[in-house]
Design a protein around this ligand. Structure first.
Ligand code: MLT
Length: 406
């Protein structure tokens, strides 16, 4: 008789953003008169079109696919050299990080990589995550069987080390009492929008090296960093080559949410249990992944062209103007807000002691605005709410006006 992976049954409800999408759909069906006025500042999905340099690269590579001489079939499983070289040079070597092209694994996005990376580690590893946290890190470890049951009282999973990120600690995790094996860190942070200084990140790197931990560092939002002392990569810290894996995305810096491209860096010096993690991830990638499409990798290459860089700088500035609009507008309206300076997310305290979901319903019903309830990211997110800067400027202005007028 077929049995199922019972670990899946430990997961309560559906995935956070699927759940929100269902709620919004139901609201629109029940209130068709407001259907067109709903503004989504919920899921961190971009709204600006792909930059011209990227569109040009896509057109050109699509045309190449039409001729036998320039047609491309399966991509190399770890990524085309042209893209891996561009990444190594622009994202790492130009910042003084010692990362080479053959330590970069091109993929179809950081969500898949952040979910899949746990596969190369034993099930007996203890996982530490921030609370609140991007749900993929926890849910995929639950699916794999690396956690205990869902604890209804604490509203989180047994067997996971949660590192609370609250107002009192500036929304930054503190070194946990119990030593973990795998530490997930995301900076600039999703969902709080908080950033970490190089000095504070160095302390995590030192801790991981001292205790033999591996840091899985999600830097999907690095393009939004505006402050000098905030690192763009964990490899800016000394010793990170022997303790850290870094995940990167083209979704947020270049609008690839619907195109799909990302990469993971696994330095060759990262060895645990006597094994190079680089070789395990290469084996996994080679077996389970057939490479990101040629045309998409050419589009990714265009991100690093001079035109691409200039156009994307403008796109990031466009979203950061939204972030400032939200931050300034909500502060003026008396909300307690944070984030939004080095990240496209604004983290606010719900007013009048409303729970996160109560505030979600209130905003949807009274202002037709969709946000993300903080409790969806973990127990410590209760009483908070996330708004994204990825809307259009006009919608962002309108949304803030509506909130002010509530
Ligand atoms: C979010 O809203 O948290 C992001 O869209 C998640 C993601 O990038 O998968």
């Amino acid at each position: 008789m077929v049995t199922v992976n019972k670990n899946y049954l430990k997961l309560p409800g559906s995935y956070l953003f699927s759940n929100i999408a269902k709620k919004v759909k139901a609201y629109k069906e029940a209130n068709p008169e407001f259907k067109d006025s709903v503004i989504s500042l919920g899921i961190g999905d971009v709204t600006q079109p792909l930059a011209p340099a990227i569109i040009d690269a896509l057109h050109k590579s699509v045309d190449e696919m039409a001729h036998a001489e320039t047609f491309h079939g399966y991509a190399p499983d770890l990524g085309y050299e042209f893209l891996r070289n561009a990444i190594a040079k622009n994202d790492y070597q130009s910042r003084g990080c010692d990362i080479s092209a053959d330590e970069i694994f091109v993929s179809d996005g950081a969500k898949s990589d952040s979910g899949n990376i746990q596969e190369i580690f034993g099930l007996d590893n203890k996982v530490a995550v921030c609370d609140p946290v991007y749900p993929v890190y926890v849910d995929t470890n639950v699916m794999a069987g690396r956690t205990g049951e869902y604890n209804k009282e604490r509203e989180n999973f047994d067997g996971v080390i949660y590192m609370p990120c609250k107002e009192e600690n500036g929304f930054l995790p503190e070194i946990p009492g119990e030593v973990p094996d795998l530490i997930y860190l995301c900076f600039p942070n999703n969902p709080t929008g908080g950033a970490i200084t190089k000095e504070a990140l160095q302390a995590w790197v030192d801790y991981a090296n001292k205790n033999g931990c591996v840091i899985i560092y999600d830097a999907a939002y690095e393009a939004y960093i505006s402050e000098e002392d905030v690192p763009h990569s964990i490899y800016e810290c000394e010793g990170a080559r022997t303790c850290a894996i870094e995940l990167r995305s083209f979704s947020k810096n270049a609008g690839f949410t619907g195109v799909r491209l990302g990469f993971t860096v696994v330095p060759k010096e990262l060895v645990r249990d006597g094994v190079e993690l680089h070789s395990l991830w290469a084996r996994r990638h080679g077996t389970k992944f057939n490479g990101a499409p040629y045309i998409v990798q050419r589009a990714g290459e265009a991100v690093y062209s001079p035109e691409g860089k200039a156009q994307l700088k403008e796109q990031v500035a466009y979203y950061m103007r939204n972030a400032k609009t939200i931050l300034d507008g909500l502060s003026a309206a008396g909300f307690s807000v944070s984030g939004g300076k080095n990240a496209p997310y604004i983290w606010l305290k719900t007013p009048d002691k409303m729970t996160s979901w109560e505030f979600f319903d209130y905003l949807l019903e009274k202002a037709h605005i969709v946000g993300t309830p903080g409790s969806g990211f973990g127990a410590q997110g209760e009483g908070y709410f996330r708004l994204t800067a990825f809307g259009s400027y006009e919608n962002t202005l309108e949304a803030i006006e509506r909130i002010k007028n509530l």
